[in-house]
Write a protein that binds this ligand. Structure first.
Ligand code: ATP
Length: 356
């Protein structure tokens, strides 16, 4: 099923939770709604599900207006952060629940229910837990059962609200890979809410970046990561160094350093270069070397990467850099040493309307 939301507005009192949001969710794709706490992700998900009504705007399911369709008629399956499995029912009965409460005419036979539940438990790889009760499961297992239960009624859309939010980091990582594999098998149009950028970038086909009720950017993970549309997106999708300065004739002057502004010619004005820690080239300082002169404050080299805390000699601002541990060992850098760094990749945003 395709999902489209058009010009959705939602306020709670004076607070604007969603500001004219329009989005497409293509058939069979997994979309991540990503953004900081309170940006409106859950509200949008609830509006698509029919649990919440927008003040204005429409929700189209398979190109048909579903704005007035009841939640039960939208054929959506849900999984929430705090799974609501029935504690007094076995895993088997939890998964069977949605099938048993179907109207009599649509209800499968007991035999069909058994077969379907077995199939779903195999799909989530937990068939060996069929007779257990939810309190006897780990958090990760409960989430997989919650997913099996949501899938039992063969939803045409799957909505997941921070499905792994309550789990520890390691289980979370395992489960998100597992969710991706499951999605590749089922191809149900799915939307999941997360505030974890790594999770969104790793799992989703498309990422929707939200901020304060607005959509900042929508695109494939590599597109939003490598071509952020705004400083907000740049900052939200990973660690970033900011070099503030002034742009004139395609050159950003920042402290004693200057950089060519890549890409389209931009207006002159106050600007900031955004550079990711691994996009910095680092060398020992030699007089006349081009780049930003820094002091190595601290280095932390564990595993394949060395993380360097640097301090600019001109502005005393801190810079975070990452290089391979191999190169770091080869250079034999010492704390306190003077180095020079050059951005290999940078993105400059000129503040709109701010003249030099
Ligand atoms: P989180 O990641 O913290 O769950 P979110 O992006 O999912 O955040 P929403 O739950 O959509 O955010 O909430 C958006 C804003 O609307 C928040 O500031 C929230 O406090 C507010 N809000 C949500 N539901 C209501 C409500 N029923 N009444 C009043 N305000 C609400």
């Amino acid at each position: 099923m395709t999902i489209e939301v058009i010009n959705i507005n939602k306020r709670f009192g004076d607070f604007v939770a969603l500001n004219n949001v329009s989005l497409d969710f293509p058939q069979g794709e997994l979309t991540a709604l990503l953004g900081p706490s309170g940006c409106g992700k859950t509200t949008l998900l609830r509006i698509i599900a029919g649990l919440e009504h927008p003040d204005s705007g429409r929700v189209l399911l398979d190109d048909r207006d579903a704005s007035h369709r009841h939640v039960r008629e939208r054929q959506v399956g849900f999984v929430f952060q705090h799974y609501a499995l029935f504690k007094h029912m076995t895993v088997f009965e939890n998964v069977a629940f949605g099938l048993r409460v179907k109207p009599r005419a649509e209800r499968p036979s007991e035999d069909q229910i058994r077969r379907k539940v077995k199939e779903l438990l195999e799909l989530v790889q937990l068939d060996w837990l069929a007779d257990r009760y939810p309190p006897q499961l780990s958090g990760g297992q409960r989430q997989r059962i919650a997913l099996a239960r949501a899938l039992a009624v063969e939803p045409r859309v799957l909505l997941l609200d921070e499905p792994f939010g309550a789990l520890d980091a390691k289980v979370r990582k395992e489960l998100r890979r597992w969710l991706r594999r499951l999605h590749d098998e089922l191809h149900v149009t799915s939307i999941f809410v997360t505030h974890d950028q790594e999770e969104a970038l790793e799992v989703a086909d498309q990422v929707v970046l939200m901020n304060k009720g607005n959509v900042e950017q929508i695109g494939a993970p590599d597109q939003v990561y490598n071509h952020p549309a705004s400083p907000f997106v740049y900052g939200f999708l990973g660690n970033v160094n900011m070099f503030h300065g002034r742009v004139q004739d395609g050159v950003l002057a920042s402290g004693d350093a200057s950089f060519a502004v890549p890409g389209q010619p931009q207006a002159d004005g106050k600007g900031t270069a955004y550079v990711r820690p691994h996009d910095l080239e680092i060398d020992r300082y030699t007089p006349g070397a081009e780049g930003i002169v820094v002091k190595l404050r601290r280095a932390h080299a564990i595993g394949p990467l060395a993380q360097l805390d640097l301090e600019r000699s001109d502005t005393a601002e801190l810079i975070e850099a990452v290089m391979s541990n191999e190169r770091y060992s080869h250079l034999q850098l010492k704390e306190g040493e003077t180095l020079v760094v050059r951005p290999k990749r940078l993105h400059v945003f000129v503040d709109a309307g701010v003249a030099i």
